[in-house]
Structure formats: C-alpha cells, structure tokens
Design a protein around this ligand. Structure first.
Ligand code: ADP
Ligand code: MG
Length: 227
C-alpha cells in the first residue's frame, strides 16, 4: 500500500513536470509561429535578419528547455558511484566555463586545501551540478566580477562552495529555489537548480544557500568524503 502511495506521488510529480514543460515550450513556439505567419503574409517584403535572429533564439530556448529537462529526468537512473578527485573535477568544470567567464571578464578562482580531496559520486552527474552552479554564479556576477570556488574538508564531509559577488537572492526567492521552471531570468529555464538538488539528493548530500542581496551569493554542496 505504501509503495502504491509513493508511485501515485511520483506520477503526480511527473505529470506536473510534463505540464510545466509543455507550458514553457508553448511560449517560444507561439512566437516562432507568429513570426513565420508574418513572413508568409508579407511575401512582398524581404525577411529581415532581425526576424531570423528572434526565431533562432526562440528555437534555442526550446532546445535548452528540452536538454535541461532531460538532465532532470536522468538522475532518476541510478548513479554510478566511484571515487572522484574533487579538485580534478572542479578544474575540468572551470575549464568548461572559461568562455562564459571571458565574455564578462570574470575572474574564476579555485581554492583547494590540497589536491587529494576525494568523494564518492557519479562523475558526470556531479560535473553537471557544478556546471549549473557556476553558470548561475557567472550569470549573477557583474562585468569584471569574481567567482570563487572553495573546497574544504570537515570531518567526513567535503564542502564545495561556489561564491559570486553578484545580485544576490532575496529571501522570498530563496524559498522558491529548486522549484522546476522557477526563474527570474528573461531567458532562464528554471531547471538548473532542480537538476542540482535532485542529483545531490541522490548522493545523500546537501545544498546550502546563503546570500546577501546586492552583495554576494554562496551555494555550498556537502558530499560524503571518500578518504
Ligand atoms: P535559471 O538559471 O534558468 O533561471 P536555475 O534553476 O539555475 O534556473 O536558477 C533559478 C533562479 O535562482 C535564477 O533564475 C535566479 O533567480 C536564482 N539564482 C540561482 N543562482 C543564483 C546566484 N548565484 N545569484 C543570484 N541568483 C541566483
Ligand atoms: Mg541556471
């Protein structure tokens, strides 16, 4: 009976997510449709690069919604646990974010106590967590801003903190973090943190948020140490 109940709850959750995705995809689809209808009607006037740009941007939005949604569904698969060197993982992720940092001239700093911090986890899933957190930090930081990733060991835990000197998060917004499709960004999907929470939960870890609006935000991931 309890299992049935759990199954029901999970279905409701899946239904809500599917409804959310459908709704989120309909917006850009409607605007693509509108633009193409406009082009079809005005055969006398040439298609402007602006129109094409908007249509491509809307298609890009659908594309990222779908790939981030897939990420959200994927951790439902069992993670494959192995011993992971956290510093190597973070260096690899920092490298991936170099382009985005360069665009805003953001300095991305990595501070590790020693190069041998290990955790148990699924390497591709954890990589996704830090990509999403760094992406948010870079997006929140101002031009010429700073993003610092710090690794600390605390008893049997490894703490990885991602700090930015950006907009910060008002407390009313903090409560909504991790709700699928919740975003304050014009082009956000609101799925990045949901993916993070779901993955970290599957790792029996925790994500803590602290923020001073207008000053800084720190997302801290706690994971089980593996030394
Ligand atoms: P998205 O980035 O697509 O908006 P996320 O799930 O990654 O979706 O983040 C949800 C919301 O959380 C963001 O829209 C933003 O309001 C807030 N947020 C997340 N990280 C930060 C941060 N480092 N600084 C300020 N706000 C943040
Ligand atoms: Mg995000």
């Amino acid at each position: 009976r309890e299992r049935e109940q759990l199954k029901m709850e999970r279905m409701t959750c899946v239904n809500q997510l599917a409804a959310g995705l459908a709704h989120e995809i309909r917006n850009p689809l409607t605007s693509i449709k509108g633009f193409i209808q406009l082009m079809a009607r005005r055969t006398d006037k040439p298609v402007t690069p602006e129109h094409v740009k908007i249509i491509l941007a809307e298609i890009g939005r659908i594309d990222s919604l779908i790939s981030e949604f897939q990420m959200l569904a994927r951790p439902l698969k069992e993670p494959v646990f192995e011993e992971i060197n956290v510093c190597n993982l973070l260096e690899c992720v920092s490298l991936l974010m170099e382009g985005q940092c360069h665009n805003k001239n953001i300095s991305l700093q990595l501070e590790v106590p020693h190069p041998n911090c290990h955790v148990f986890g699924d390497i591709s899933q954890l990589k996704q967590v830090f990509i999403n957190l760094l992406k948010n930090a870079i997006e929140a930081a101002p031009i010429n801003g700073n993003v610092v990733v710090t690794v600390k060991e605390q008893q049997d835990k490894v703490l990885i903190a991602v700090e930015d000197n950006g907009t910060g998060i008002p407390s009313a917004v903090i409560e909504k973090l991790g709700t699928p499709f919740f975003t304050t960004k014009e082009n956000g999907t609101g799925l990045g943190l949901s993916v993070c929470y779901s993955i970290v939960q599957n790792h029996s870890g925790q994500i803590l948020v602290s923020s001073q609006p207008g000053k800084k935000t720190v997302f801290t991931v706690l994971l089980q140490a593996a030394n």
